[in-house]
Design a protein around this ligand. Structure first.
Ligand code: GLY
Ligand code: MN
Ligand code: MN
Length: 430
């Protein structure tokens, strides 16, 4: 499957989001957001830069050391950006900067200032306002600037409830990018199925996946990839990826690309040698059955909790049928006996962040709405040390897809990644 590169979000979308924020802000208030800064990896080397998702959401500006101020007075609504000034010498060494002069036109904002002037300019802009929306302790470099500016307010408000709710419902343009992220992520998993062989190292498969993402214009993964052979699958956030893959084991791969800042998040589990053995097949089919039922239930009008309750029932019944759990299913569910083998949630919001923002409601009982994107990722993890029949020890399976809530139910954004045993075995037929 070849994918054409699709352009980034139109500039108007960032402006339109800010308009919606203005509409929710109190009169005579300002809202302050800071960008990420570059993070030191070692000595003078940095990690690849990734913009703060909130800052990106309202600016579409991908430089470090910047701030956005939204100002709402009786006279006007103004978007003001603070950013690094042009500097030919530093730009020669470290890369281009947009600069103050070009920023208003390029970012569609009313005013721009050097970030170096922040502490002196801020008090002048904010005088006579009554409230400031600011969330401290996200960016300490920004908190320091606010302290230096010595501004004080009768009321400090939290912008997260407002922005989180907005980010939770995806626009048509965001959906387009998330569909692309889902498809490219699926291509990475197909590639992994095609290149996995006994004795290859986990990190070799990781690099095949990343290369596939890159070939399709997704430069970075949306989180650190998990390539977990055999019992490593029972470590939920295993990212060492430094062991050889063993003939006869499964490999669990949880990897997603980031496409124009939006995350894909797929897990597939398949046999290193291309053929499931009987116990692997039994556990896999159980997880798949639970996942398919969850997908039926994860539609607008239902909650994640409703689907997870069903998943817990299916898994508990299945584990009893296989002799892994013993006892009455209802009692085992009450005792949460499944938690030894299923110790995480069914899914999470997905968007600019892989674990995206937004309230889940108590016990994940929030009702799903059109435009939300969630993951569905049941798993069963039976560690080598578990007190279970020998043949199931060291088997860890998770199957994860991404669902868009639509007027017709849901759309699986990641359907291109095979998950039926026959399809996986056909693809891996080497
Ligand atoms: N990849 C992280 C998660 O599935 O939640
Ligand atoms: Mn995942
Ligand atoms: Mn996930």
């Amino acid at each position: 499957m070849e994918l054409a590169y699709m352009a980034e979000l139109p500039k108007e979308e960032f402006w339109e989001r800010r308009t919606r924020v203005f509409a929710q802000m109190q009169p005579n208030s300002a809202l302050l957001l800071f960008s990420e800064i570059e993070k030191r990896r070692n000595n003078d080397c940095t990690y690849p830069f990734r913009q703060d998702s909130y800052f990106w959401y309202l600016t579409g500006f991908n430089e470090p050391n910047a701030a956005l101020l939204l100002l709402k007075t009786e006279q006007a609504e103004k978007a003001i950006i603070f950013l690094r000034p042009r500097n030919p010498l530093l730009e020669t060494w470290n890369g281009r900067r947009l600069g103050v002069e070009r920023a208003p036109q390029q970012l569609n904002v009313n005013e721009a200032y050097s970030i170096e002037e922040f502490a002196t300019v801020l008090p002048k802009i904010l005088k006579n306002l009554t409230a400031l929306y600011h969330v401290p302790e996200i960016h300490t470099w920004g908190d320091k600037l606010v302290t230096e500016s010595a501004v004080s307010f009768s009321e400090t408000l939290d912008w997260r409830p407002m922005l989180n709710e907005m980010r939770l419902i995806k626009s048509p343009n965001e959906i387009r990018l998330m569909q692309q992220a889902g498809q490219i992520t699926a291509l990475g998993h197909i590639k992994a199925m095609q290149t996995t062989r006994p004795n290859r190292f986990e990190y070799e498969i990781e690099s095949d996946i990343l290369h596939e993402f890159n070939r399709h214009c997704a430069r970075f993964p949306s989180y650190n990839s998990i390539v977990a052979g055999g019992n490593n699958a029972c470590i939920l956030h295993y990212t060492e990826n430094d062991r050889p893959l063993n003939d006869g084991d499964l490999v669990l791969i949880d990897a997603g690309c980031e496409f124009d800042m939006y995350a894909g998040d797929i897990t597939r589990t398949f046999p290193v040698n291309g053929k499931f053995n009987q116990p692997q097949r039994e556990i896999y089919e159980l997880v798949l059955k639970a996942q398919k039922r969850a997908i039926e239930l994860l539609v607008p009008g239902n909650s994640i909790k409703q689907a997870n309750d069903e998943v817990i029932r299916i898994k508990t019944q299945g584990l009893v049928d296989l002799g892994i759990l013993k006892g009455d299913v209802d009692t085992l569910i009450e005792q949460q006996a499944y938690r030894q083998f299923y110790m995480h949630g069914l899914g999470h919001w997905l968007g600019l962040d892989v674990h995206d923002v937004g309230s889940y409601g108590q016990d994940k009982q929030r009702i799903l709405e059109i435009g939300m994107v969630i993951t569905v990722e049941p798993g069963i993890y039976i560690s080598e040390d578990a007190d279970v029949p020998e043949q199931y020890k060291g088997i860890g399976v998770r199957i994860e897809d991404n669902l868009l809530m639509t007027e017709y139910g849901n759309k699986i954004l990641t359907a291109a990644a095979p998950k039926e045993i026959a399809d996986i075995e056909n693809l891996m037929n080497f």
